[in-house]
Each structure stands twice: as C-alpha cells, then as structure tokens.
Design a protein around this ligand. Structure first.
Ligand SMILES: [Zn+2]
Length: 675
C-alpha cells in the first residue's frame, strides 16, 4: 500500500513519455506520415488516460492510502504532494461523486469542451470584410502600394483578419474609415456572443455542482493565488497604480490629435486612434495589432525589428554562447553541443545540447529546433514553445518487474545517473526537453541572425528549459515545470530580464562579420523605442486579466448576464480608452477558454521574476550572481513542483508581509517597470 503513490507516478511517467512525444512529433515533424501517426497515438493514449482517470479501483486504493495516517506519516513532503495531486486529478473527472451527480458533471464538462471548440472555430480568421467607398479619397495616408490595389474600384473590400486591415487602421487619415475598420475587426455576431455566454454559464454550473460559488473559485484552489479575491485585489492594485502612466500616453495622443483635426471636431482619443497617432510619437516602434490577439506570453514580434541593424550582432551561435556563459555563472552549468546518432532527431536542423554541471556531469539534454521549415515540408508549430519529452525522477527505489519493467520504462542508454545525496546513493532518470522556435533560416552567405525580440524569446524558453534541467525530484508528476499555472512563468520571465539588460547583451553580442562588440547606445535606443507604446499594452492586458475574473465570477450565472456590457464596464474601470458601445471583441478572446480564470498568471509571475531580479541580480557583480543563482537553484528551480512556491519565494526574501494572506500593495517594480 505504501508504494501506491510511487507506482501511480511510474505509470504516469510511462504514459506521459508516449503522449508527450506524440505531442511533440505532431507539432514539428516534417513528414506527414509521422504527424498522422503521432495524432493517432495521441488520441489512443488520451482515451487510455481517460479510462484510468475514471478507474474506481485505482482511485479507491489511492484514497485509502491518502486517508491512512499510519502510511502518510511516513511520506516525504514530495510524496505527500504527489499523492494529493493524483487524488485531485481523479476527482477532477468526478470519480468520487454519486452516480446521478457524476452524469450531470460529465455532461457539463463535455458541453464546456464543445462550446470552447466552437468559440475557437468562430474566432479563427474568417472571410468577414469591411467595405470602404471611394478608396482614392478615403484611403489618404495609406501606403500608395496598397491604395493602388483599389485604383480601379469604387469600393475597397478589405478582409478584417488581414494585415491590410491593420495597415489601414494605422495609416488612414480619415477617422470615419479608421472607426469603421476598427469596429469590423472588433465585432461579434449575436451567435458568437451566445457561445461565449453559454460557455461561461456552463462553467458556473459546473462549479456550483462542486459546491463552489464560481468557476474562478473552483479553478484557483490549486493555484498560488488561491482565491478570486486575492487575484482581483492584486490586479486592481496594479491597475490603479499603472493607469496614470497610460493616461500620460493618452494625453500625448490627444494633443497630437488636436493639431490634426478641424476646429470644433472632437479631440477625444478613441481606441481606433491609438495606432494612427502613436506612429507620430515613435514611428519605428509602432505595432498595429488588433486589440485582443496579443498573447501576453508570446506576443507578436514588432515588425520594425525585422531589418534592424542590431540583428547582425546576434547570431544564433553567439546567443547560445552567451546563454551558456550566463548559466555557468548562475548555476555552474554549461551547454555542450553533442552529435546526434542516425534516427535520433526528426529534422536535420535539430541540434542537441547536453547540459553539464561542473560537479555532477550531465544533468539532462535539450534539443533545439529553431528555424521555420523549408517550402514543401510539413508545417511546423509557428510559435515559441518548450516541450517536455522525459521528466526527471528517481528510479533506484522502485521494484523491478523484469522484462515488463524495461519495456514499460523505455530506458534510454546514457539517460540515467547515479548521485550521492546526503550520504545516500540514488539513481535518477535524466530530463529531455525540446525547444521550438520559428526563427528565419540561415542562408549560404549569412548565419541565422536574431532580432531583439527573438533574443528575448530564446532567453524566455531557455528559462523553462533550465527549470526542467535543474529540478531533481523523486517523482515525475512534480518534475521541472509541473508547478501551479500561476508560477510556471517565473523562471522564464526571470530570464527576460537578462535579455533586456544592455550590459548583459553587450557581454556576448559580436558582429557576425567584423567580430565587433555591439554599441551600447544602439541597444539602449532600441530598448527605448520598443517601450514607447508599452503603457497601453500593459493597461490592456490588465483589463483582460480582470475581465477574465469578472466573466468567471458568480455574475455569469445571473439571469440577463450580458457579456458585452461587462466588457464595456471593464473598459471603463481598467482602461483609458472610452468604452465602445456594442464592440463585442470578447468573441475573439479565446484565452478565456484556454486559461479559464487564470489569465492573470502572467502578471502574477512577472511580479516574482522582477523581485528576484532586483534583489539578487540587477546591477550586481558576478560573485553576487553566483550567490543569487545558487539560492534560485536550491530553493526554487531545483524543487520543481515538489514544494509550495510561496515557501521558495519566502526563502529568497521576495515575499512581503501579508502577501501570502492576500494583502497587496502593488509597486511599479512588480510590472518590471522602473520608477
Ligand atoms: Zn513561457
């Protein structure tokens, strides 16, 4: 009985190593046959996992163990945590409910899946268009190559999901035209709105069935924040503090507009004015983005970086050398390029890096698949991501099952390691992760060069990878990045700080032709340019995070719930642009489905990452970095999900009095902004 947790964790390890590999392959493999096979494997495994999650005997055994103090009193902190997490996984599927309630529960869950799928399908770039009469007159300001496309038409027909629409929004001098385009890009049909409202209502019902007031309350139970009240007080204090900065930006736009519009016309800045007037403030840094499409985790790259002369200093090779140098001073680990055996990787672009610790030797492996595919190959995942293939876990303390054990565990030669910890010899399986990005391919005469946004992306993803590499846990269920959702971005956002530091970047950036170091002035001005419109973006993301909480509150169950009115209310409370009647862009906010009351996670994680950076690293010397790095490794990264993140953050000295109990006094620091 005492081995139940260990055995379930091992079972989970076997299943995950297949399902995670399938997830990787279906996203990156250039050969469609492999992609299809991976899809099939993924589907088959998902159904097996479903069966296991609703397996009464498995659940009953675990339940008995976790409720038997004579057994659990001998558990380590990690084992107790894993046991409780596994129990919660079972109960998420409603296994502990009486039959009638369980049927209703399963129905609601299925319905939520369907509605979420509908919402995403509805939001996909579609065929909707907006028509602009008399383009020659009304498109004044728009680049001539675009206007000439409509030279012989009476009406310009512009697809709302196209780059064309954003260009018109950014450059059309006629405010009516901008308003029309903006409204078309941010509208939703009655049907689309109904789907969103049904989704929110069904989630509320599901929460009620589990005895919770709201879906937010239900989904925050196992997060760091704990309750909706904590999340809302955190976000509102940030919003109050930050709003004046966005208002300063708005004032700048307002005085610009005053010089543009006719006497007597309104000078108020509307949402559709934002990109148009911003271009006069910082022409090189303006990015026209439709309001809701920006993913806070991996936002769209500023197009102005593309031809940036700064890229010449950031070849992929130089950037990885910089990362290796950084990890050496932080954690005593380096990244060593290793050769790949025939059949080991899925594409000739893929590079293997073994992660070597100065005392322990190899601690894991990172495969890097960095470039967009060539024409003719199966399309690859287009965003930056960190895929787990194999988790770290302890393996010397489990029973051997003969050949079945070896078959099931899929041992890989060279990926086990003996270490002595506190006098005990232990054996661990080593982690394997894959880092995927879609950078531009190198050419015959030029290495792959990165712009600053891409450098930041690489640092971010390497933060996730290091979390996986440095965590040494006894169980795979809590390995590396398997931590609460509102904590998982801390190690990655922490790494962005280094990528934003001109001093850090200049320590490794070298011109790929001349070998010259990058001029600090060039770095500083590029930084400043990219920060110009940040205040609007930050305020907008704060509004979305709060909207996510409003939508997943008990409000969604009230009769007459109107998501469009709630959106306008959130705009009034938490944004600086006036609410627009009937704008229903919530239908495009698909993160509502995927995050479900956890969209705040980015801000929550950013706070801790900034505080760690400021307390231990910013402006300090290499010796201090070593000290900070050691603390970070032992108290936070090394624990994976085996410990309450609050405890690790307290050990690092970055939690203020009362914060754990939900009392927040926000500072601009928490947003990564210096005063
Ligand atoms: Zn991330």
């Amino acid at each position: 009985m005492a081995k139940t947790v260990k055995r379930l964790d091992r079972l989970s390890d076997i299943l995950c190593s297949v399902v995670d590999s399938a997830e990787l392959i279906r996203n990156v493999h250039p050969d469609k046959k492999f992609v299809d096979a991976a899809n099939d494997a993924h589907m088959a495994l998902s159904s097996i996992i479903n069966q296991l999650n609703t397996h009464q005997e498995l659940y009953q055994s675990l339940h008995r163990v976790m409720n038997d103090a004579t057994i659990t009193s001998k558990f380590s902190e990690q084992e107790l945590r894993v046991g409780n997490l596994l129990l919660a996984d079972f109960e998420r599927a409603g296994i502990h409910m009486p039959a009638a309630t369980r049927d209703r529960f399963v129905d609601l869950q299925n319905r939520i899946g369907e509605l979420g799928h509908m919402m995403i399908t509805n939001a996909a770039p579609g065929t909707a268009t907006v028509e602009i009469e008399d383009p020659a007159q009304n498109l004044i300001g728009v680049p001539p190559n675009i206007v000439s496309m409509f030279a012989r038409s009476k009406t310009a027909v512009i697809p709302t999901s196209s780059a064309l629409a954003t260009t018109v929004l950014k450059s059309a001098r006629n405010e009516d035209v901008r308003r029309k385009v903006y409204m078309a890009m941010n509208s939703g049909s009655r049907e689309q709105v109904d789907v969103v409202e049904a989704l929110l209502w069904t989630r509320g019902e599901l929460a009620r069935l589990l005895g919770k007031e709201s879906y937010a309350e239900m989904s925050l139970v196992d997060k760091m924040a704990g309750t909706p009240e904590n999340v809302i007080s955190f976000l509102e204090s940030l919003s109050d503090l930050h709003k004046p900065r966005a208002e300063v930006e708005l004032d700048r736009l307002r005085s610009l507009k005053a010089t543009h519009v006719a006497k007597g016309a309104s000078r108020d800045i509307q949402a559709w004015d934002r990109f148009y007037y911003s271009q006069f403030i910082a022409p090189s840094a303006v990015i026209a983005r439709p309001d809701v499409l920006a993913d806070p985790f991996h936002a769209a790259p500023p197009t102005s970086y593309k031809s940036d002369p700064i890229s010449a200093y950031f070849s992929v090779g130089a950037t990885f050398q910089g990362l290796s140098q950084l990890f050496k001073s932080l954690y005593g680990v380096t990244l060593e390029p290793a050769t790949v055996a025939p059949g080991e990787v899925w594409h000739s672009d893929v590079r293997r890096l073994d992660v070597m610790h100065e005392k322990d030797g190899k601690i894991g492996t990172i495969y890097c698949d960095l470039f967009s595919r060539e024409a003719g190959e199966s399309r690859k995942y287009e965003n930056a991501a960190h895929f787990t293939v194999r988790c770290s876990r302890r393996i010397d303390d489990e029973e051997r099952f003969g050949s079945a054990y070896h078959a099931g565990s899929m041992k890989i030669p060279g990926f086990e390691k003996d270490v002595v910890e506190n006098g005990t010899k232990k054996r661990y399986q080593l982690p394997i992760v894959v880092l995927v990005t879609a950078f531009r391919r190198p050419s015959d005469h030029m290495p792959a060069l990165l712009n600053l946004w891409e450098v930041e992306t690489l640092f971010h993803e390497m933060g996730h990878a290091m979390h996986s590499m440095l965590a040494r846990t006894d169980y795979q269920h809590i390995a590396g990045t398997r931590v609460p959702m509102d904590f998982v971005e801390v190690p990655s956002i922490f790494m962005e700080n280094f990528a934003k530091s001109p001093e850090m970047l200049s320590s490794f950036a070298r011109h790929y032709q001349t070998g010259d170091t990058v001029p600090l002035d060039l770095l500083r001005s590029a930084r400043a340019a990219s920060a110009t419109t940040d205040a609007f973006d930050t305020q907008h993301q704060l509004q979305l995070s709060l909207l996510d909480q409003m939508y997943h509150s008990p409000l969604a169950l009230q009769p007459g719930f109107n998501s469009t009115a709630v959106l306008a209310e959130s705009q009034r409370l938490y944004n600086v642009f006036p609410p627009i009647k009937d704008a229903a862009w919530q239908v495009q906010f698909t993160h509502l489905f995927s995050y479900g009351a956890t969209y705040y996670s980015y801000f929550w994680s950013r706070r801790w990452a900034s505080r760690i950076w400021r307390k231990w690293f910013r402006g300090r010397d290499e010796q201090a970095w070593k000290e900070g790095g050691e603390l970070l490794r032992t108290e936070l990264l090394g624990c994976g999900g085996g410990r309450d993140p609050w405890t690790g953050l307290e050990k690092l000295g970055v939690v203020k009095d009362g914060e754990r109990q939900g009392v927040f006094r926000a500072r601009l620091d928490d947003l990564g902004i210096s005063d």
